[in-house]
Design a binder for this molecule. Structure first.
Ligand code: ADP
Length: 266
């Protein structure tokens, strides 16, 4: 459309005077929309060819050429990675296009149980996983998107923690009546100079190590978008060599008393 978009800023001037700065951001917002559409279209178009490549790769059995086996394994691995990147980009596009999400009552008891299963499956007994549920509150928001955000944090905790480490997931009340979900690990940690940037798309602390870990570099961007849609904030504490804590804090407007039904399920 050709609506004009303006941005306003009020800046203190002298004494009791104020300066109103009005900027025409029509073009900027249009370019942003073009970028979003482009990423969404490219990702969507890549889906089908990738499915085909992936499907045929799975059918190949190098019986007559045994030395092809490692190459096939690598090709399968890389096409899997590409598929994951495309899926994550589509998730990001979907989140960016949304102004609000469904407001369901999200059962945190079943959320924690799901996260525990996922952590166990990924860790395969290489880490100690502990869960603590210290609140009687549930969340109000989108179960699907919140699960994808929390799941990304748990996956990272397992991914960046050497064998024998500990992963903790805890849910707590906050003093203002909200709640927080904390995912902590005793892993590699993140050097402080990277902390401000790790939620950017494709940003990684150590490119080669992270790439080997199987991630896409998009996980924390997804987390950031989902949290913004829930007016929640992300706090990160990390010490190199000791581990990291990712804490998601929800305000009281996102908190719901758990129903009897949920307690019975838990
Ligand atoms: P990736 O798919 O690479 O894990 P993310 O967006 O999820 O992408 O994370 C961005 C980067 O932040 C990772 O590549 C990693 O370097 C760092 N990181 C994220 N979580 C942790 C963690 N729990 N411990 C150490 N480093 C982490």
């Amino acid at each position: 459309d050709d609506t004009m978009r303006l941005s306003y800023r009020l800046i203190p001037y002298f004494d009791d005077q104020w300066l109103l700065v009005v900027r025409d951001v029509t073009k900027l917002m249009h370019l942003e929309q073009v970028r979003r559409d482009f990423v969404a279209n490219v990702s969507h178009e890549l889906r089908t060819p990738l499915t085909v490549v992936h499907g045929y790769l799975d059918l190949l059995e190098p019986e007559e050429k045994p030395d092809w086996a490692p190459m096939l394994t690598e090709m399968r691995h890389q096409s899997q990675r590409m598929t994951q990147i495309v899926e994550d980009l589509l998730t990001l596009s979907r989140l960016e296009a949304q102004e609000r999400l469904p407001e369901e009552s999200v059962s945190m008891a079943s959320m924690l149980a799901t996260l525990r299963r996922e952590a166990d499956a990924l860790s395969q007994g290489r880490h100690t996983v502990s869960i603590s549920d210290e609140t009687s509150l549930d969340l109000c928001g989108s179960t699907k998107e919140l699960h994808s955000a929390f799941s990304n944090l748990v996956t990272n905790a397992v991914r960046y923690t050497p064998n024998g480490g500990r992963i903790g997931i805890s849910l707590r009340d906050t003093p203002d009546g909200g709640l927080s979900l904390e995912v902590s690990d005793t892993g590699n940690g993140i050097p402080p100079q990277h902390l401000g940037r790790i939620t950017e798309r494709f940003y990684r602390v150590s490119t080669s190590r992270s790439r080997d870990s199987g991630g896409t570099g998009l996980g924390l961007s997804i987390v950031k978008h989902v949290l913004a849609l829930h007016q929640a904030r992300l706090e990160i504490e990390s010490e190199v060599g000791f581990g990291s804590t990712f804490r998601v804090v929800f305000g009281p407007e996102r908190a719901l008393e758990r129903s009897e039904h949920d307690d019975a399920l838990a």
